[in-house]
Design a protein around this ligand. Structure first.
Ligand SMILES: NC(=O)c1ccc[n+]([C@@H]2O[C@H](COP(=O)([O-])OP(=O)(O)OC[C@H]3O[C@@H](n4cnc5c(N)ncnc54)[C@H](O)[C@@H]3O)[C@@H](O)[C@H]2O)c1
Length: 365
């Protein structure tokens, strides 16, 4: 079993991220240390629930827990106020109290929604992350950011509420569709670009068999999750270091918005990373051969191969409205070298436009 301890500075607290193939079947053992009450509530979505709901309930029941499974729709439409309210009322109807733990069994959507509810239900109850997508394992389940969406935009209502445990079972990924695997791989690559060039070399070697080799997959998840944990521990509330996690995301968000969210998040981030690598060559001194290798690596994973029809001007407009913008300059995370990010506060829009045309819209290298 791999273990990462995530300390929460200034609060004399920490929690563990455990990574182990088959961990879903040994959940009671790892929950035991938390001394939770027997009555627990599992939140999941319809797909994950149909694949793993009964099994999770059975495993917990066998160990003396009394679990209740609550199911929400799949996708972003579950991260809404009406769904959160319905869940809260179901919790009350099923006898939940202020010590009842919520277990989030699913991807980032279920994790964000469950964490949000756990932070406000009876002024806060414990919650456990059991991520089932690669994106949630290496990113969304770690760090305690919770959110739901509003009609006006994504993640507009949210809290910081740290889980008591993140239990990662890489075997969940056996049933994850390829497009969702790619979404997560974009975040794994990002972790390598900002912090761990060795991880990039490893990914380069293993591109074709990552999901076939359980040991390799566990190692890769461990490394990427450790990077997220390290950054979050240093900067829980996104004041400084946590900003490096936005590598590839500035332009990624612009592309996502301009495509009206038809472009999957991982794809958008992959295109954003291609552009950020080019900008890094121009502004931060990244060696051209490193940048070209990085771009090739992204493409080797089947990412950034095609793009829906997009208006470049819409991408630029979305960029200048992004909430991560400071004053009137566009802030980018760039790389001096692979693994060495810098925050570039004032990247000129003209240059972004040039790179966007060169790398994204003409698919250049
Ligand atoms: N809190 C954070 O720090 C943070 C960070 C990044 C992203 N997010 C949020 O995460 C969300 C995206 O998460 P996601 O990409 O995991 O999407 P998701 O939760 O919507 O899951 C994607 C799809 O995969 C299915 N699925 C999940 N696990 C499966 C499995 N093991 N087998 C088969 N199907 C499975 C789900 O039913 C869903 O249809 C977004 O809402 C985003 O805002 C949050």
């Amino acid at each position: 079993m791999r273990e990462i301890t995530l300390p929460l500075p200034g609060r004399d607290q920490s929690y563990q991220i455990l990574i182990d193939p088959g961990l879903r079947l040994r959940l009671p053992q790892v929950l035991g240390a938390l001394r939770l009450p027997a009555r627990v509530f599992i939140v999941t979505d319809t797909r994950v629930g149909s694949l793993y709901g009964d099994q999770t309930v059975a495993v917990l029941k066998d160990a003396g827990y009394s679990p209740t499974l609550l199911t929400v729709p799949r996708g972003e439409k579950a991260k809404t106020w009406p769904v959160a309210q319905r869940l809260a009322r179901e919790l009350l109807a099923r006898g939940a109290d202020r010590s009842s733990p919520l277990l989030a069994l699913g991807g980032g959507v279920v994790g964000d929604l469950t964490g949000f509810l756990a932070s406000i239900f009876m002024r806060g109850v414990p919650f456990i992350q059991i991520p089932t997508t690669l994106l949630a394992m290496v990113d969304a389940a770690i760090g305690g950011k919770t959110a739901i969406n509003l009609p006006e935009g994504k993640n507009l209502l949210g809290t910081f509420h740290q889980p008591r445990l993140v239990a990662i079972d890489p075997q969940f990924l056996q049933t994850l569709p390829a497009s969702q695997r790619r979404n997560g791989l974009a975040e794994v690559l990002k972790a390598g670009f900002i912090r761990d060039p060795d991880l990039l070399t490893r990914l380069d070697k293993e591109a074709n068999r990552i999901f076939k080799d359980e040991g390799e997959l566990t190692e890769i998840i461990h490394r990427a999750a450790a990077i997220k944990a390290e950054v979050v521990a240093a900067d829980e509330r996104e004041g400084g270091l946590r900003r490096i996690l936005n590598f590839g995301h500035t332009l990624g968000h612009g592309l996502e918005q301009a495509s009206k969210f038809r472009l999957p998040h991982g794809e958008a981030v992959a295109w954003g990373m291609l552009a950020a690598l080019r900008l890094s060559e121009k502004l931060a001194g990244l060696a051209p051969q490193e940048a070209a290798w990085g771009r090739q690596l992204i493409r080797n994973f089947g990412l950034a191969r095609s793009l829906p029809r997009l208006d470049p001007q819409a991408v630029l407009s979305a960029l200048t409205l992004d909430k991560k913008r400071q004053q009137d300059r566009v802030v980018f995370v760039l790389l001096k070298r692979l693994g060495e990010p810098v925050i570039q506060e004032d990247v000129p829009l003209e240059l972004i436009k040039e790179v966007l045309h060169e790398v994204v819209f003409r698919g250049g290298n």
